[in-house]
Write a protein that binds this ligand. Sequence first.
Ligand SMILES: Cc1cc2nc3c(=O)[nH]c(=O)nc-3n(C[C@H](O)[C@H](O)[C@H](O)COP(=O)(O)OP(=O)(O)OC[C@H]3O[C@@H](n4cnc5c(N)ncnc54)[C@H](O)[C@@H]3O)c2cc1C
Length: 285
Amino acid sequence: MYLALERYSRPASVEECLRILADPRERAAFLSGGTDLNAGGHEALTHVVDLQALPLGGVSVAGEVIALGARVTLGRVRREPALAGSLFGALREAAAAYAVVAVQNRSTLGGRVVVDRPDQDVPPALLALGARLRLAKLDGGRVVESVIDLPEGREARAALDGALVIEIQIPLGEGVSALRRFGRTAVDVPLATVAAARRGDAVRVAANQQGSGAGDLRRLRSLEALAASWSGARPSSWRADARAAALSDLAAYEDPWATGGYRQDLSATLAVRALAAVIGEPEIV
Ligand SMILES: Cc1cc2nc3c(=O)[nH]c(=O)nc-3n(C[C@H](O)[C@H](O)[C@H](O)COP(=O)(O)OP(=O)(O)OC[C@H]3O[C@@H](n4cnc5c(N)ncnc54)[C@H](O)[C@@H]3O)c2cc1C
């Protein structure tokens, strides 16, 4: 509930959005899908800045990159023909992971990237796919745009402060990706989510473990290096080796829902399964 809200704006320019956000007299936030903002915890906001008037809802392909506007909804991700290929399997699965269709149809990619909560399926999918963010910020009173890697780690997330996410860019090409997550029910937040993407012999694996924070989104680099070392010829012990590598990459986040050890073990299992899915091995033996 907005207890302190005084103003609502719907600017038609990026600059005006950023100026309101930067105004020290305001406690402002952008309204995109509203599924987080309207759901509580924002009682101190004085100004809601609706992004609907900005052209952030498009999907376009330029060269070897697909650009998804920050206001593209999770429902659109599921249905978008340009995202129908095997490369985007993880992103489609992430968009469908929280099973409430009404939330999928409002929740946007920009909101998913910016919201600081760890129980998210979309960020690991984007990180595994090598996504980059096009941002706009005010610098010396001028709007400055930049393109950064999807922030991985708490310090990297500082790049999002004061920024408007314009679009999410994903490199195109031949490839396959998959997402594995575990929640207690279909409409429960996940205890852990792992996404894997393979392009040729290169594999990227990324994990979110609920009980941590958005800043703990991480790539599983030991596992990635192990997968790269196989060069197509995997030893018969690949599953056990992959599990050990994943465990060395993962922390043991504990909260009232699960012990750290359980969540770490669960995440390693999901990592091996996501990896199996993208390298063409059976998931369960
Ligand atoms: C029933 C229900 C269940 C949910 N389950 C989950 C779940 O399982 N996992 C999960 O992660 N979330 C869940 N959510 C929360 C919500 O769906 C997500 O946090 C979502 O990512 C918010 O996206 P949005 O577009 O609705 O953002 P909004 O609510 O509009 O905005 C959220 C925040 O993001 C910022 N923001 C939005 N767009 C931009 C942009 N382009 N640039 C810069 N800042 C921006 C806003 O300023 C605001 O601070 C749930 C919500 C509901 C109502």
